[in-house]
Design a protein around this ligand. Structure first.
Ligand SMILES: [Fe+2]
Length: 239
């Protein structure tokens, strides 16, 4: 997909339908790899084939299925690792000179500027990366789904606030690139389509959201995810 001066390449890798992304700055042929995990060699080969040098590693969060390829990338490149300070603290892993960010920071790859959003809820230091009209969302927002909030460090109230912010701040034509391919008919989707059909964006009351996320959703819904109307979502929590 080509927009502005960059391309986003996606590979679905590993047993958990993870998406690993490459943000390729075309003018310098440098790139950032987002959430390097699983058969990361496939992405390194793709970069090599295209003559792209990987200069940065961006982490949306620290879960194993998003980070288990970091060492492999570092063996083959001199890439700088980036993550939020809040996530580094939560993770507790010693990384070699990571760049620790706060929400609102920018990361520059060649001539491409990437905005860092702090989006807690799935983990305390989860991040989304916004560039042009693309949003790389990790496990914060999936196509017709959102990250679970019942794991260590998860917080459904924070997720509610995070999604509310994303919904209000991202233009409708923003393209969502999720951390997992849970809706294979729609590996990406616009925010417009998510506002209409993502059940997690339908709740205005935090208590309703928490009830749906923590107690109802996993009982009634399984991947592959399809669109859910606001009426259906509210009905499923007894409204
Ligand atoms: Fe995760």
């Amino acid at each position: 997909m080509a927009t502005n001066g960059y391309n986003i390449h996606a590979l679905e890798l590993g047993p958990m339908e993870n998406f690993v992304y490459l943000i390729h700055d075309r003018s310098t042929d440098t790139a950032a790899i987002v959430d390097p995990a699983w058969d990361v060699e496939a992405m390194l080969s793709l970069a090599k084939e295209k003559g792209i040098r990987i200069t940065d590693i961006l982490l949306t969060h620290s879960h194993h299925d998003h980070v288990n390829g970091i060492e492999h990338v570092l063996e083959q490149t001199d890439a700088q690792v980036h993550l939020l300070k809040a996530e580094a603290r939560f993770w507790g892993k010693s990384l070699v000179k990571p760049a620790l960010h706060h929400g609102g920071d920018s990361i520059v790859v060649g001539d491409t500027e990437i905005q860092v959003l702090h989006t807690p809820g799935h983990t305390p230091g989860s991040a989304c990366f916004h560039l042009g009209n693309d949003l790389i969302a990790g496990d914060t927002l999936f196509v017709f789904g959102c990250g679970r909030c019942d794991l260590n460090g998860g917080d459904p109230e924070e997720m509610f606030n995070t999604l509310k912010r994303i919904r209000s701040e991202m233009p409708g034509d923003t393209v969502l690139h999720p951390g997992h391919n849970y809706s294979p008919d729609h590996p990406t989707a616009t925010m417009d389509s998510q506002c209409k059909g993502n059940p997690f964006l339908h709740f205005d009351d935090p208590d309703d959201f928490i009830e749906y996320r923590m107690r109802v959703h996993d009982r009634i819904r399984h991947t592959p995810y399809q669109a859910v109307s606001k009426e259906q979502a509210l009905k499923s929590i007894g409204h």
